[in-house]
Ligand binder design. Structure first.
Ligand code: C6P
Length: 420
């Protein structure tokens, strides 16, 4: 290769999956007498040793409250907690660590924005645009806000491949539109939405409309640059990115976070408190009331370091191959219908099988050591669109193998044969 070749021409060394799998202790177990095939990564991902070690190291050596003590342990805990914030900042290419708020997860991040920004800056008659493929976490907080203030929800429809229908998007935006909240990647369908294009169209309509992107199913599969995205808010959950549960991230544009009132009151979010009134701490502490999930943040920092060391582009390339393999394997099964066949998809294989309830398939697969999720995946409007009560969902991570997807297909065929 010559030095004049563009950067994107660089050929990436593929992931050594067998070696990488060694990093994940939970993957090496027998379930119901079979080696575990973990295909429920969209619900929560397994944790690499680096994350488990970071948690143990913190609790064994540095356990103390943050931002509160002059003693050494508190300083070490504070340094580690703030280093994790810096890891998140760099991961999302955010300008300032003041724009990174640690929350419990994507759900809390969206509720924070709906309640704090929504109640302060939206009024009766204002419109909030979401889509038909949102997770309940990006529907219900806006419904609660609408009920409280008299705002109205508008919904971008989806087509039968499970893609957003954006033909009439510009018409959906009008002079009452104040907020657009859209998921980057669908947990129920795998669809990857054209979020950059959506933000651009919103900005062209009215730069004052605020945009939130739910990146819960995106950051573990693809690189995200919030500055390039040009969104106002971005949320994700640590546990789907190989980090601990109970920790997540809200990115917010600094001037918006500064203008927003606190979401919760308590310790660590104040400047001064008196009975005449209280004032608030600087960002991001204003939004982190009470003792935070210190270990969780540190574990999330370790997860980000781990993913970045593997290389998100290599992860993406690996998962693209797996998705193609899994799609072909499932499509060859008579009576199986994939729900979610978007042109641009990530590693979700959602499906139904003629005449067999998804829960029965899930149970039979579990008997063969194969973990999938069955149900509505907290996306009931998606189920309503496709006229099904539930689907079986196999969701992939770079730790999966083609052989595991073959075992999934074989398990489904066996389940079908039992019902014939
Ligand atoms: N989806 C799934 O099995 P929390 O629960 O706050 O960590 O994440 C909520 C959430 C928000 N948006 C999207 C797109 C999601 O997929 C999720 C979580 C899991 O699909 C659990 S319901």
């Amino acid at each position: 290769m010559t030095s004049t070749e563009p950067h994107h021409a660089t050929i990436l060394e593929p992931l050594d999956v067998q070696r990488v799998r060694e990093d994940f202790p939970a993957l090496h177990q027998q379930v119901n007498g079979h080696p575990l095939v973990y295909l429920d990564n969209a619900a929560t991902a397994q944790k690499p040793r680096a994350v488990l070690d970071a948690l143990q190291h913190y609790y064994e050596n540095d356990n103390a409250n943050v931002h509160r003590g002059v003693h050494m342990l508190s300083q070490r805990a504070t340094d580690a907690y703030e280093a994790a914030r810096e890891a998140v900042r760099a991961f999302l290419n955010v300008e300032s660590e003041k724009e990174i708020v640690f929350v419990r997860g994507a759900t809390e991040g969206i509720n924070l924005v709906a309640q704090s920004f929504g109640r302060a800056f939206l009024r009766a008659g204002d419109e909030i645009v979401i889509s038909h493929m949102e997770h309940h976490s990006n529907i219900v907080p806006w419904q609660l806000l609408c009920e409280a203030i008299g705002a109205k929800l508008r919904v971008i429809p989806i087509n039968d491949r499970g893609e957003l229908v954006l033909d009439d998007f510009d018409a959906l935006l009008n002079e009452r539109t104040r907020f657009v909240s859209i998921l980057h990647t669908s947990n129920a369908l795998g669809t990857v939405n054209p979020v950059e294009d959506i933000v651009r169209r919103v900005r062209a309509h009215n730069p004052e409309i605020r945009v939130l992107i739910d990146g819960c199913q995106a950051v573990q599969h693809t690189s995200v640059d919030v500055r390039a995205l040009d969104c106002d808010f971005f949320v994700f959950s640590g546990h789907k990115l190989f980090g601990p549960t109970g920790i997540g991230v809200l990115y917010g544009r600094r001037e918006l976070l500064e203008a927003m009132p606190p979401y919760q009151g308590g310790g660590d979010m104040i400047d001064r408190v008196s009975f005449d009134g209280s004032t608030w701490a600087d960002l991001p502490n204003k939004f982190e009331a009470g003792t935070p999930h210190i270990a969780g943040a540190i574990g999330l920092g370790a997860a980000i370091d781990y993913v970045r060391a593997l290389g998100i582009e290599r992860i993406e390339a690996r998962e693209r191959e797996l998705l193609a393999h899994g799609t072909a394997a499932l499509e060859s099964i008579p009576g199986l219908r994939l729900i979610g066949t978007a042109a641009h998809k990530t590693g979700v294989l959602s499906f139904i099988v003629d005449g067999i309830h998804p829960h029965d398939i899930g149970t039979l697969l579990d008997m063969r050591g194969i973990a999938v999720r069955v149900g509505h995946h907290c996306a009931q409007p998606v189920m309503q669109h496709f006229g099904v009560p539930a689907t079986v969902r196999a969701s992939l991570a770079f730790t999966n193998t083609s052989e595991e997807l073959d075992r999934l297909a074989e398990g489904i065929r066996k389940a079908i044969s039992m019902f014939q």
